[in-house]
Design a protein around this ligand. Structure first.
Ligand SMILES: Cc1cc2nc3c(=O)[nH]c(=O)nc-3n(C[C@H](O)[C@H](O)[C@H](O)COP(=O)(O)OP(=O)(O)OC[C@H]3O[C@@H](n4cnc5c(N)ncnc54)[C@H](O)[C@@H]3O)c2cc1C
Length: 444
């Protein structure tokens, strides 16, 4: 399984269609899920991806399909997403490494335990199966240093998949279902007629569409800024690694306040530090300081400030904020947002793995990478139409947990874009919540 980068050969190329019922900007899990659900309703759909399908967050994530530790407003959607993932291998006709091995949240002291226990209470409220594990129970399930963890909370129906298997498989299925996918196809802007969005202007031409979905991950704010629309989204760098194959110490996913690990299909572990992410200062950071104050305070101690993002990143100081439709846009200048991982990652991971698993003290890291997590001030996404832009919908800002919930969001979007009832209360995800005077309450 190789990481997807701008050097990965493009799979989906060809002429653009003149018109479709729905055009989708962005071929991540959200764009593809919405495309599949719209296609299943009988519509023509085009997914326009500036780089490679699944190349950004959707293939760089940990692959956790989790119901615990979420904002209560997301849980009904996540329960539905869990069902969709259970059936995903049948739906797409390929193995994606789906395993329902559960997720365990571990703690070492009272303070950590209290924080974990809040997940337990929310889960019970929604009748999600959840187990409280004593130290002895943890030891039965995770072969770590005896006594290292004092307690665990387990969500036995949570699952894992391999994002690097899932994203290509979902895209192949989408194509065979008749969805038009185009890679190397940045959308520079929107076409408007009779006061309504009527298509997308791509680097290779225009595609007319009855409605447009913007599912641009970390690039969504920049895209909307060109139209004078404020979408308060910032991104943080999260670094990850995979080990070489190792004896199994636990078959599912687990995390404590410093280390997260997930068994991989190839017999190694995907590992990450749970107390380190990097935030690059840029123009949007300054514009949105007030809105992000609460969530930044909540992440103090684990968020490391850097003065500037690398050139070409959405919030780099030199990234253009405006351009014309016939000019190269920032989206085609950076085909696949692929940050270098934090330089201190590997030694820290090796140290923390050895502390918890003495048997794995000589662990070798096979590969390290990073992704830019797009976050909103309240750490929940926006799933709504864009005010003042009839025909434009947005689903973005999934704040580090959009992969698992993606398939259900796709279903919701298909209904929303047909002006049908969704069956969910989406108030928490409305577009104008940062401007209508509401108090910002960050999710867990
Ligand atoms: C390290 C890491 C670990 C994570 N772990 C988990 C996890 O375990 N579980 C979980 O649920 N979530 C996790 N997440 C979060 C999850 O990966 C994201 O929330 C989710 O993938 C977002 O999907 P998306 O489709 O919105 O965005 P993306 O996957 O980022 O896709 C957006 C796409 O839009 C394209 N695009 C943008 N602008 C344009 C344009 N103008 N024209 C054409 N194309 C454009 C981009 O190239 C990109 O491919 C993690 C994220 C990271 C980085």
């Amino acid at each position: 399984m190789n990481m997807i980068s701008a050097h990965t050969p493009a799979t989906y190329e060809g002429a653009l269609p003149a018109a479709v019922d729905f055009a989708i900007i962005g071929g991540g899990i959200i764009g593809l899920s919405a495309a599949l659900s719209l296609k299943e309703c009988g519509f023509s759909v085009a997914v326009l991806e500036k780089g490679r399908v699944g190349g950004e967050q959707s293939s760089r994530n940990w692959g956790w399909i989790r119901k615990l530790g979420r904002d209560a407003a997301e849980i009904p959607l996540m329960i539905r997403a869990g069902q969709l993932w259970q059936d995903m291998e049948t739906r797409v006709g390929a193995s994606i490494g789906y395993r329902e091995e559960g997720i365990i949240y571990l703690s070492r002291n009272d303070k950590e335990q209290a924080a974990r226990y809040r997940h337990f209470e929310t889960a019970q409220q929604f009748e999600i199966p959840v187990e409280r594990l004593s130290a002895a129970h943890v030891e039965q399930q995770i072969q770590g240093l005896p006594g290292y963890w004092r307690e665990g909370i387990k969500s036995p129906t949570d699952a894992r998949v391999e994002p690097l298997l899932a994203m290509p498989a979902i895209a192949r299925h989408a194509k065979s279902a008749g969805i038009i996918i185009r890679e190397n196809c940045a959308v520079r802007g929107l076409e408007k007629s009779a006061g309504k969005i009527s298509g997308v202007i791509c680097e290779a031409g225009t595609v007319r569409a009855g409605a447009v979905l913007l599912a641009g991950g970390s690039w969504t704010g920049l895209f909307l800024e060109r139209y004078g629309i404020r979408f308060p989204q910032l991104s943080v760098r999260a670094s990850v690694a995979r080990t070489r194959p190792l004896p199994s110490v636990y078959a599912g996913c687990a995390s404590d306040p410093a280390l997260a690990f997930r068994r991989e299909e190839n017999g190694g572990y995907v590992v990450a530090l749970t107390d380190h992410s990097d935030f690059f200062l840029g123009p949007s950071a300054f514009k949105n300081t007030r809105l992000f104050a609460k969530s930044a305070w909540g992440s103090r101690g684990s968020l490391y400030l850097k003065p500037a993002a690398p050139s070409g990143f959405p919030d780099a100081w030199t990234t253009r904020r405006t351009w014309r439709d016939d000019q190269t846009s920032p989206f085609e200048k950076n085909r696949v947002l692929s940050p270098a991982p934090w330089s201190g990652l590997v030694p820290q991971l090796q140290k923390r793995i050895a502390e918890r698993f003495p048997a794995l003290k000589d662990v070798e890291i096979a590969e390290a990478w990073a992704g830019m997590i797009d976050t909103m001030p309240d750490t929940v996404p926006t799933i709504d139409s864009v005010p003042g832009m009839e025909g434009l919908w947005v689903a973005s800002g999934f704040s580090g947990h959009g992969f698992g919930i993606g398939p259900a969001v796709g279903e919701v979007l298909a209904n929303l874009m047909q002006n049908r009832e969704t069956g969910y209360d989406l108030t928490r995800f409305r577009f104008n919540r940062f401007t209508d005077g509401s108090v910002i309450e960050p999710g867990p």
